[in-house]
Ligand binder design. Structure first.
Ligand SMILES: Nc1ncnc2c1ncn2[C@@H]1O[C@H](COP(=O)(O)OP(=O)(O)OP(=O)(O)O)[C@@H](O)[C@H]1O
Ligand SMILES: [Mg+2]
Length: 301
């Protein structure tokens, strides 16, 4: 099969591993920079041209679209879907997962365990919202933050109010969340493919830090997960409509709570911590599921 990987950089670990795994299984794998894909639309067939030549003959496309190019990247993926190329994850599901508030609303609607989370627009409602989330200590998160950068622990109500004022002053979108202290600075990444968790790892924050992000000095190790964690991760991915997802869980004293569902989960940390060939399992999934025109939406929505 001819497989396309939508990725800006063929030297990234995840991209390299997917090329390797695809070629090892006898496929032809081509990396396409989504920002160099030219789309043409008319009442006739939708087309993509790449560096001057027409894209055709692909059986599947693996989107590895960074958060900073979500808009153009998902449009390119949608164009592939319109051309009946099987997408590993659908454009609609990726767009959905990039909106943190919308994602939490979808998960909450289906009864997935979440930390109590609040949003409020008006400064007049700050106090009330902080109370509704259980009062201090509280976590405040910038919606566009990644790698733990926009995540703050406010230990007192005064601190929480000041951070809220500061975020508002910067016109930033943020959420407020109950602090899960008993997690002890750890969270669990479950790598979901289809209806299985194929690998998992625990990330532990550095001493004196509550954020477990590897970029914040956290360390990863292989994790044994419980059956309720496994079920929560698989359901969360399914609700988001993702075939492949990195589901982050935090262990609370009332069971696993979902922090986030990532639609382009990295392979480096998880393959190193678990020793599992996750890239190979992604290619296996594509071999089993790719069919021409097999998308739920065919670019709709
Ligand atoms: N409600 C919470 N209670 C306790 N710890 C939390 C909570 N929310 C987040 N954390 C810790 O902070 C870390 C970073 O939070 P989160 O994953 O939400 O943001 P991020 O990593 O910056 O964003 P993204 O995962 O979207 O890149 C988590 O991995 C977890 O260790
Ligand atoms: Mg995170």
């Amino acid at each position: 099969m001819k497989i396309a990987i939508l990725s800006r950089n063929r030297n990234l670990y995840s991209t390299k591993r997917l090329i390797e795994a695809g070629e090892a299984k006898g496929h032809s794998v081509k990396v396409l920079d989504p920002l160099r894909c030219v789309m043409t639309l008319s009442s006739a067939e939708p087309q993509i041209h790449y560096r001057g030549s027409k894209i055709e003959g692909f059986g599947a496309v693996i989107p590895r679209i960074g958060a900073s190019i979500t808009f153009y990247g998902t449009a390119v993926l949608r164009q592939f879907e319109m051309m009946e190329v099987y997408p590993l994850n659908e454009s609609v599901a990726i767009s959905r997962s990039r909106d943190k508030l919308r994602s939490l609303q979808l998960l909450s609607r289906k009864g997935i365990g979440l930390p109590v989370t609040g949003f409020a627009h008006s400064p007049d409602d700050t106090e009330h919202m902080l109370e509704k989330c259980g009062g201090a200590p509280l976590i405040l998160k910038l919606l566009e933050g990644t790698q733990g950068k926009g995540v703050v622990l406010a230990e007192t109500r005064k601190a929480a109010e000041s951070v809220v004022d500061a975020f508002r002053g910067l016109n930033a979108n943020f959420l407020v969340q109950e602090f899960i202290e008993e997690a002890g600075g750890a969270d669990v990444r479950c790598f979901v493919i289809g209806d299985k968790v194929v690998a998992s790892m625990q990330r532990q924050a550095a001493e004196g830090e509550f954020r477990s992000n590897l970029h914040r000095g956290g360390s990863a190790s292989s994790a044994k997960i419980t059956s309720s964690e496994r079920a929560a991760a698989v359901r969360a991915a399914k609700i988001m409509g993702l075939n492949v997802a990195g589901v982050d869980l935090i262990r609370s004293n009332h069971g696993p709570l979902v922090l986030e569902v990532n639609s382009s989960p990295g392979l480096e940390g998880i393959e190193a911590a678990s020793g599992i060939d996750v890239a190979g399992k992604i290619i296996d999934f594509i071999e089993k599921n790719a069919r021409e025109g097999r998308t739920k939406t065919r670019g709709k929505g």
